[in-house]
Design a protein around this ligand. Sequence first.
Ligand code: ADP
Ligand code: MG
Length: 317
Amino acid sequence: MDSHSPTLLKVENLSKKFLVKKSLFKKEYFKAVDNVSFSIEHNHVLGIVGESGSGKSTIGRLVLKLIEKDEGKIYFEGKDVYKFSAEEEKLFRKETSVVFQDPRTSLNPRFKVFQIVEEPLIVHGFNKKEREKKVVEAVEDAGLDSSFLDRYPSDLSGGQRQRVAIARAVVLKPKLIIADEPTSALDVSVQLQIINLIKRLKKEKGISFLFISHDLNVVGMLSDRILVLYRGKVMEKGDARSILKNPLHPYTKILLESLPPDHPKRRKNLSSIPEIYREEIKGSCVFYSRCPKATEECKKEPAYRITDSREVYCHFV
Ligand code: ADP
Ligand code: MG
């Protein structure tokens, strides 16, 4: 990619809240995504990591325009995705795709593998001959041979089904794939195969990924950059290797500490950390109640600190 081509995906100050309670006099909202910014370059993987409910999938859905944003801007190759012409919208749909956690529910059980992978090609108007060629290519790119084309999802293992979902996601030769916990429903050995497949698709096809997972171990294996999310807010983001080597935010440190005991990146000398430290305070740092390091100062929200190409939401960095 030449250095003048614009950043593949740029997200600025994205926010989304959901209505949780509605009565005659009162509406209550829940901030699922709170002022999140990031970008993804061509041929790069950004890993978003955070516990369940932290807003990861909501970010993925916002980027794909499956749900409406409240605030913020999203640019795809320099173009505002909310100001697309019909033509640009169609191209965006072709150049982005998604892989979900559970291929059992994301693949149509009544379709054979061929039809599942073929469907996006029909939507985008490819003729029968082109479709046949592209389906076979995509299935092979996903590490399956053509003997799978005639089978139904129910005939396949979890890993094979996820490969079919990936074949479908790559068949239009996208520039960006949103992979939302694609390995979380799989056994560890199969997880590794899928991670390696994603790495290969990045390397050989130049595809970028927004890779979402609750597991920092998995995210660390394939991401160029990492964004750590907590309650819809960015806690820390930056170069993956530097975050894994030297996490700056207390929450990132906790995530690293919870890696498996034999993991080389696991932090050794941290004491174990209880779930909750102190009562919530309105207007505090969002991590206040769980932070092992919190002081009086943390009753106020921190500003983002930018250090050495890292951005950290903490008073003490
Ligand atoms: P994650 O993917 O990190 O587990 P999600 O993005 O799915 O988190 O959800 C973030 C928060 O937003 C959760 O508390 C979830 O319950 C809430 N949420 C997500 N979608 C909706 C919705 N359509 N309506 C109401 N609340 C939602
Ligand atoms: Mg999710």
